[in-house]
Design a protein around this ligand. Structure first.
Ligand code: NCD
Ligand code: ZN
Length: 335
């Protein structure tokens, strides 16, 4: 039997929702992760200090039994420096969505007018608040991320002291951007390391593999695997685990989002083991994020072994990726 231990795993892109969904879902992350960067795309989005504090309180109340560091994000809008100074202690980052590009993003940025955004982004640079970006244009679905590269270039060039995180990258073009600008970083999901578009729509359509950005071509997945398996120092794990109730996924208008939070650590172990890269998983799942964000979660040790684990068919109302399939690694215990 093979075993592997991970220390302080972090999920640097997580959707926890609110209300009953939050209560059902948050404990699943808190069980195995040390902490997570929580996305602000609620309805309405998290845009005020009061909402950040209240939402964090609700999250902590729902994970009462486990130690879990909750890193909050503010939904990007144009903000004054005074406002950002007032909220900076409550947040780890600001998350930018193009308006209408994904679930609950309609209050996002309508046009990328750098001059209109300059006061906010300059204030963020000065205050050292990272900018997390959902980088997709409104173009053809397979080209959306690549089309967004010119916006990343503008942001990186105009705000050289701003840490910019390209969230859930899916293309080789985005991987290449990491080398071009010192201030660009990226998160990569589990599902984009496993899937291509073929898995989503190549056979019977798979609603539980449908997300934004959509999984791309084999060569894109290959480029993502290269940097993840080597734990490129600018790359972090962010699950983008995005729960939707089963009826909203298995429907004629399937909601975008893949639910992976409770299986991510086990599947990453399996994947890194398969490529003989288990020794790099610690950097990918925690140490890079600690360094990039300057965070230091409390000690948590997750011990795994290559013992088969059958993924549940459903967690409360949410169907996970690979429901009912058996994977090769499982969590033995956590302390
Ligand atoms: C996310 C969600 O459901 O909140 N959906 C998704 O497909 N990834 C939003 C997002 O991160 O795009
Ligand atoms: Zn997301």
């Amino acid at each position: 039997m093979k075993t592997h231990t991970l220390l302080m795993p972090l999920d640097m892109h997580l959707h926890l929702r609110d209300g009953i969904m939050l209560e059902n879902i948050a404990p699943l992350s808190a069980y195995s992760f040390s902490g997570a960067l929580v996305m602000p795309n609620l309805v309405p989005p998290v845009t005020t200090k009061q909402n950040i504090i209240a939402y964090k309180k609700r999250i902590l109340a729902s994970v009462a039994n486990d130690y879990f560091e909750v890193y909050m994000t503010l939904f990007y809008q144009n903000y004054s420096k005074e406002f950002l100074e007032d909220v900076e202690d409550e947040i780890l980052a600001v998350k930018l969505y193009p308006a209408g590009i994904t679930t609950n993003s309609k209050e996002g940025v309508k046009s990328f007018d750098i001059e209109a955004m300059r006061p906010t982004l300059e204030a963020m640079s000065e205050l050292n608040i990272p900018l997390c970006v959902h980088g997709e244009s409104h173009g053809f679905v397979m080209d959306r991320e690549t089309e967004f590269m010119s916006i990343y270039e503008q942001l990186a060039e105009n705000f050289p002291n701003l840490k910019i995180i390209m969230e859930h990258i899916t293309t080789k073009e985005a991987v290449q951007m990491l080398e071009r600008y010192e201030n660009l970083y990226a998160t990569i999901t589990l599902h984009h390391l496993l899937l291509t578009l073929d898995d989503v729509v190549g056979g019977k359509m798979q609603p539980h593999l449908f997300c934004k950005p959509i999984a791309k071509r084999p060569q894109d997945r290959e480029a993502l695997l290269q940097v993840a398996l080597n734990a490129h120092p600018k790359v972090m794990f962010g699950s983008d685990s995005a729960p939707h109730p089963q009826h909203e996924k298995e429907s004629s208008g399937c909601a975008a989002g893949i639910f992976t939070a409770p299986i991510a650590i086990q599947m990453l172990c399996e994947l890194f083991d398969k490529f003989d890269a288990l020794e790099n998983l610690q950097d990918f799942i925690s140490d890079n994020a600690q360094r990039i964000y300057g965070i230091c979660p409390e000690f948590k040790e997750v011990r795994l072994s290559n013992t088969p684990f059958t993924i549940p068919k459903i967690y409360n109302t949410v169907v996970p990726m690979y429901a009912n399939e058996t994977i090769g690694w499982s969590i033995d215990d956590i302390s």
